[in-house]
Write a protein that binds this ligand. Structure first.
Ligand code: SAH
Length: 251
């Protein structure tokens, strides 16, 4: 008897941003393998009865290695269990959800995707920055800042990104912020391009830091900006109005 694995996105913030399907499969789970990114509120509310495994992924620190996570998911599913793999945001955006899907498929295990609200769009939105806008940007590119832009054979085409006038949304980019900004400017993007960094978006301690490609590294250092944070680069950032009413946090 084969069980089933649910690849579940928790959304960017608290419980109110979980989908109904996510809540339902969490309640019915035998096993929950979770990352730290879903945040305290959601992790504290996981059902008592389920076996809970902290996979500990947060800003590159892992408690379990990826192959151990995959092995555990497969083992429990083969025992006939309902397994939830809970990840921040949407499971298929930079969460290695794709690799987990492949591992499960290899073992013929049924998998259900429960999509989540991705931080890449919701977090800028929550502070009044739509990632597209007829006047400012018709395209949006979501990239990982995890990779050092200076490294040889980078998988990211920085020249192309610098020449692109659309919005750039960077996840996992705090540590490499200086190199990212410098690289974009070196490849021709205007140093005056506005940048916003939103730390812990849609959570009670959300914080926004703004600057330009030329200044953002200095400001971020001064304010000790830390992950998890979403970096938005482009003219849509001009729509951000500090302290102005209009958008209120979910209650
Ligand atoms: N699958 C996730 C992204 C995983 S990568 C999603 O769809 O949102 C992890 C990165 O996501 C973090 O380093 C950070 O850049 C971003 N992130 C996720 N949730 C966030 C939040 N609430 N506030 C700010 N950044 C967040």
């Amino acid at each position: 008897m084969k069980g089933k694995v649910f690849l579940v996105g928790s959304g960017p913030g608290g419980r109110s941003l979980l989908t109904l399907r996510a809540q339902q499969v969490l309640e019915e789970a035998d096993v929950i393998l979770y990352d730290q990114l879903p945040g305290e509120e959601i992790l504290a509310s996981l059902p008592e009865g389920a076996e809970k495994v902290d996979c500990g992924k947060f800003g590159g620190q892992h408690t379990l290695e990826q192959d151990e996570i995959e092995r555990l998911m497969v083992t429990r599913a083969l025992e006939g269990k309902k397994v939830v793999r809970l990840k921040g945001g949407d499971p298929f955006l930079f969460g290695r959800g794709g690799e987990e899907l492949e591992a499960l498929r290899e073992h013929g295990i049924p998998v259900e995707l429960v999509p989540g609200v991705t931080s890449a769009i919701a977090v800028p939105g929550a502070v009044g920055i739509p990632v597209t806008h007829r006047k400012y940007a018709s395209t949006v590119t979501i990239l990982t800042g995890h990779e050092d832009p200076g490294k040889e054979g980078s998988a990211i085409d920085w020249e192309n990104l610098a020449g692109n006038r659309g919005t750039l949304v960077i996840l996992m980019g705090v540590r490499n912020l200086a190199a990212i900004a410098e690289n974009l400017v070196t490849h021709g993007r205007d140093p005056g391009t506005p940048v916003a960094i939103i730390e812990r978006g849609m959570r009670p301690d959300q914080r926004v830091t703004t600057g330009t490609l030329a200044t953002i590294e200095g400001v971020a250092q001064e304010r000790r900006v830390r992950p998890p944070a979403v970096i938005v680069i482009g003219d849509v950032v001009r729509l951000y109005r500090e302290g102005e009413p209009g958008l209120v946090p979910p209650s």
